[in-house]
Design a protein around this ligand. Structure first.
Ligand code: F0G
Length: 466
């Protein structure tokens, strides 16, 4: 038996109470339709008494399970036995401390940190979750794995399929909606790539239907095993901070898998007595895809112990449909109007005394340029976290001396079109890519200098500009 019998699946709605074993493949509760969690009889799992014990794993990094930044925390996601784990060495990511970005956010020196999940093998945080979902898929003998994607999930899925070889990857993407960096990965890693005439929300609805009909293993974040892997992002943040809990975790919000997983991670650590307090959570939407902001901050939707007034959300989705309103942002990774993990995210916001903000494409690109100029770099969606932290700082919600961790979800090279358009001197290119999104300025642009192919002219230009 490759799976542990002290792990089980549980409906997130306390009043429902549905549970089933981890050998079952489900993306929703068969009784009430809500989302599922992976839960554990913790007393039967060999959880260390102190987080410091995980430092010992690092000294055994010649073993693949200890080298992986996901599986060196195996005791905190113990649904699968070690022999079934699938790893490509994901999760070797860094927590940068950056005063350059900290000044932009207007935090005191030493207080801003950037957890760079773009450093994963496929260039985004998705590998954390995919490694966990694929371990489950392998344990239950799945043959085909599928996802809908704004690009990064498909790149990650395609990479794991390429490594495993006995699982065929099928990705659904909205036609023209994903950046070239991400599309090129899905194609190069060999996944069957289905371009749907529609956006991510359309692709997400279709892949769920097709997966049901064809029995394909779905790896979107409705898959509760995936979120178990994404918990480890927070374990590594704590590890890098020498197990001290920061004041704030700031994360971009799209399908709301990360925010949900982070909440679960901290609640579990507290329940296990491994931390004594939870950080606060800030989820940042792009203004053109701001469902969570609208529902949480404007219409007052809350988790409320699992009993929140979900008709508020249903009403909002009806309004979106009636108005024909589609998500639209330069941060294509989070161009999502119907986040599948909405309820889990509401639960995380309650547990972590959370806030939600929205930031414009202009603010996202300016923040991205600052992250780039700090020598770190990220894709547009990731910079929403930095733009959001700056906004919360301006509003006095985050204090100047708070210890803040912004999660950078994807690598700088994922979306070169947006980056080059921001820095370009070509007004036409700027207008085409960014002007159409309401971006008016590139205040932090680093413009290329055009010179004649002439030694004197080149020397003059260097003296003038450096
Ligand atoms: N940042 C990046 C770079 C992403 O690719 C995504 C999601 C998010 C943030 C949002 O994360 O869903 O946890 O709120 N990308 C998915 C995809 C939708 O298909 O690649 P979330």
């Amino acid at each position: 038996m490759p799976l542990n019998d002290f792990a089980f699946q549980r409906c997130i709605r306390p009043a429902c109470g549905f549970t089933c074993g981890v050998e079952e493949v489900r993306t929703s509760c068969p009784t009430c339709g809500d989302l599922l969690d992976i839960d554990y009889e913790w007393e039967r799992a060999a959880v260390p008494k102190s987080l410091r014990r995980f430092e010992e794993a690092w000294s055994q990094r010649h073993q693949p399970l200890r080298f992986s930044g996901v599986w060196r925390f195996h005791e905190l996601l113990p649904f699968v036995r070690p022999e079934s784990v699938v790893t490509v060495g994901e999760g070797q990511t860094l927590l940068y401390q950056s005063d350059a970005v900290g000044e932009f956010v207007r935090l005191n020196s030493g207080r801003l940190h950037l957890q760079h999940e773009g450093l994963n093998p496929s260039g985004s945080f998705k590998d954390n979750g995919m490694s966990a979902a694929f371990s489950h898929a392998r344990a239950i003998g799945a043959r085909r794995a599928a996802c809908a994607s704004t690009g990064n999930t498909s790149a990650s899925l395609a990479m794991y399929c390429g490594v495993l070889r006995n699982l065929k990857g099928i990705v659904f993407i909205g036609s023209g909606r994903i950046s070239y960096g991400k599309l090129s990965q899905a194609l190069d890693y060999g996944a069957l790539t289905i371009q749907i005439a529609g956006d991510f929300d359309d692709a997400m609805a279709r892949v769920q239907e097709v997966s049901r009909d064809l029995g394909m293993y779905l790896v979107n974040s409705v898959n509760p095993f995936r979120l178990e892997g994404q918990k480890t992002i927070m374990f590594r943040v704590l590890e890098a901070l020498r197990w001290e809990v920061p004041d704030w975790i700031v994360v971009p919000g799209g399908n709301l898998g990360n925010s949900s997983a982070f909440g679960k991670a901290f609640v579990e650590l507290k329940t296990l007595g491994l931390i004594d307090r939870l950080p606060r959570l800030a989820v940042i939407n792009a203004a053109g895809a701001d469902t969570l902001f609208e529902l949480y901050e404007r219409r007052g939707l809350r988790w409320n112990g699992g009993d929140g007034k979900m008709d508020i959300a249903e009403q909002y989705f009806r309004e979106l449909d009636q108005g024909g309103r589609k998500a639209s942002t330069i941060a294509s990774a989070i161009e999502i109007n119907r986040p599948v993990n909405l309820r889990k995210c509401l639960r995380a916001l309650e547990a972590m005394n959370g806030v939600v903000r929205q930031v414009s494409d202009q603010e996202i690109l300016d923040a991205k340029a600052k992250v780039g100029a700090a020598g770190i770099g990220c894709e547009p969606a990731s910079a929403a976290s930095v733009a959001g932290a700056r906004l919360l700082r301006d509003q006095g919600v985050i204090g100047a001396d708070d210890r803040v961790v912004c999660v950078l979800t994807g690598h700088q090279l994922k979306d070169p079109t947006a980056t080059v358009a921001y820095h370009t001197t070509d007004q036409e290119q700027f207008n085409k890519v960014l002007g159409s999104r309401g971006v008016r300025r590139a205040s932090f642009a680093n413009r290329a200098v055009a010179v004649a192919n002439d030694l004197g002219e080149i020397v003059k230009a260097i003296q003038l500009y450096s």
